[in-house]
Design a protein around this ligand. Structure first.
Ligand SMILES: [Zn+2]
Length: 366
């Protein structure tokens, strides 16, 4: 191995005995104490032209007080933190030259974000190419999520929706156009996604999910299940139970007007979706009764949304799926995130520290 600091993580030295590695992005960068300049010298030597032994020998020559074992441990720690790559990385044979050209920009982004030591900078892409994802619901969220996953190179993508394309869909559902009006969404979406990326396998079905068993079979056939539909009302609870049974990671995404919500779960990694719902009910029970406003007839209930809100949620969902499939970035799982598009600075994460005592899904799983 010829260790090299990743180009995106190039260090900066502040002159006060501290330096920063990892660039300027919070969550990636780290500050290191370096009173005598030895850490900076080590980082300079990690330029991909030397083996680990040569780096150690050169640094000991410049800083005789440094022990070789200590320097080796520092190099290993920098590698474990994801700041170092191998300049002698073997050529990637698991992907074709066409795939490598297609996904090169994604590889660069992943190399930047990734904090996991990998044998190859293409590891992320190889994992995606072998992954299976099911998207249930091809509305505003599902369209954007499916498109992002297809563009990102998820190897097998299965799309589920029973509806047909309507004019009122076209302000936000990016897989459809005017010529698709009246056509089955699953059929149109599959054709569009195949046209976007013919290197992956895209399938679809016009199934209406009317019972939990339908979700169990879908969950059993994939690595991550995306819930981008919200009807019937029990759908997400069904998904939670189905994925707990099959040990399948899953993601839900929805918008509440200008609030973009996304949750991601890995069964066995913490409190589940139904735990969160039960905790919500506990909190509501402690509050004074809320009088509902009934003065204005509401008419048929449809979701307020545009291409921005739907696209934001859909891309957050796709981001969560990529994280679950590859571990990059290492997003916190078994929690829900909310993003306020009115202020852009009022975001939140909802997380429980333990399973709800009355959650039957967690009780069965344990
Ligand atoms: Zn639970």
């Amino acid at each position: 191995m010829r260790p090299r600091i990743k180009a995106e993580h190039c260090p900066a030295r502040f002159g006060d005995g501290w330096l920063r590695i990892g660039g300027k992005v919070f969550g990636i960068a780290a500050d290191l104490r370096d009173p005598d300049g030895a850490v900076w010298a080590l980082l300079e030597l990690l330029d991909g032209t030397r083996t680990v032994d040569q780096v150690i020998a050169d640094l000991v020559h410049r800083f005789p007080g440094r022990a070789a074992g200590e320097i080796r441990a520092d190099i290993e720690q920098l590698s474990e933190l994801g700041y170092v790559e191998d300049a002698d990385e073997p050529a990637c044979t698991a992907l074709s030259s066409r795939q490598r050209e297609r996904y090169e920009r994604g590889r660069l982004l992943n190399r930047w974000v990734d904090r996991t030591p990998r044998g190859s900078s293409w590891d992320f892409q190889i994992r995606l190419s072998r992954a299976r994802v099911v998207v249930v619901g091809l509305g505003g969220v599902g369209c954007t999520a499916a498109l992002a996953l297809a563009q990102s190179g998820v190897g097998r993508l299965h799309c589920v929706d029973h509806d047909v394309v309507e004019l009122s869909n076209l302000n936000r559902q990016v897989l459809y156009g005017e010529r698709d009006l009246g056509q089955p969404k699953a059929e149109v979406a599959v054709a569009k996604l195949r046209a976007v990326n013919s290197d992956i396998e895209v399938t679809g079905e016009p199934t209406r999910i009317e019972h939990p068993a339908a979700l169990r079979s879908l969950a059993a056939a994939c690595d991550v299940l995306v819930m981008s539909a919200d009807q019937p009302a029990e759908l997400w609870s069904w998904a939670n139970r189905a994925c707990a049974r099959t040990r399948t990671a899953w993601v839900h995404g929805a918008y509440r007007g200008p609030q973009a919500d996304m949750g991601l779960y890995r069964p066995g990694a913490g409190p589940c979706y139904e735990c969160a719902r039960a905790a919500d009910q506990d909190r509501a029970a402690l509050r004074p009764p809320v009088a509902e406003w009934r003065a204005v007839p509401m008419g048929p209930r449809v979701h307020a949304a545009n291409a921005v809100t739907a696209g934001m949620v859909g891309n957050l969902v796709a981001h969560a799926v990529l994280s679950l499939l590859t571990g990059s970035p290492r997003l916190r799982v078994n929690c829900q995130y909310g993003f306020n598009l009115v202020t852009l600075d009022h975001n939140f994460v909802t997380v429980l520290d333990r399973s709800h005592p009355e959650c039957r899904t967690c009780a069965v799983a344990s």
